[in-house]
Design a protein around this ligand. Structure first.
Ligand code: HEM
Length: 137
């Protein structure tokens, strides 16, 4: 079974991307530091405002000529909200990744190398990541 839930790309695929050279380690590190630099289309957040002033935010699950369905709660990707296109007043896509920036800002360089090795091993190598004693939680 996959660990870590289902939100975001499957990070165990990183190993194959490194082997096939679709990604290199510098690129991997950049993805972690600047998640919005390169983003997969399916992870773009849609923001919809309806004529009666309701807002919907989420990933696009389905769209045809009449309706749009959004996954509005990423923790429940089976639950979608449906918006009838005729009721839409505004619709746009965010340029920012839902992945938070600066996740590794409090990590030491050793921790970061450890994390990269862990991702490169598709989770096979267990990281020795310890909480940073200087960071307050
Ligand atoms: C230390 C923790 C994390 C690491 C190491 C990490 C690593 C990565 C990497 C390497 C990618 C690019 C994958 C690829 O192109 O194949 C990625 C993408 C993504 N991550 Fe994370 N991630 C972390 C935490 C998170 C968190 C907390 C969230 C959400 C709350 C998140 C959401 C996403 C999403 C939605 C994408 C795809 C869109 C994009 O590329 O920006 N990640 N992550």
């Amino acid at each position: 079974m996959k660990e870590g839930g289902s939100f975001g790309p499957d990070l165990t695929a990183i190993r194959d991307k490194l082997i096939s050279r679709e990604m290199d380690r510098t690129g991997l590190l950049r993805e972690i530091i600047e998640p919005s630099r390169l983003m997969e289309e399916k992870y773009r957040t849609e923001v919809i405002k309806t004529i009666d002033g309701r807002f919907f935010t989420g990933f696009l699950a389905y769209e045809d000529d009449h309706i749009v369905r959004l996954i509005t709660n990423v923790l429940e990707s089976e639950t979608v909200e449906e918006v009838v296109k005729q009721t839409i007043a505004e619709r746009r896509q965010l340029e920012v990744s839902p992945m938070p920036e600066a996740l590794v800002n409090t990590a030491t360089s050793e921790d970061i190398l450890d994390l990269l090795a862990y991702l490169a091993s598709a989770g096979g190598l267990k990281p020795t990541l310890k909480p940073n004693p200087t960071s307050s939680r």
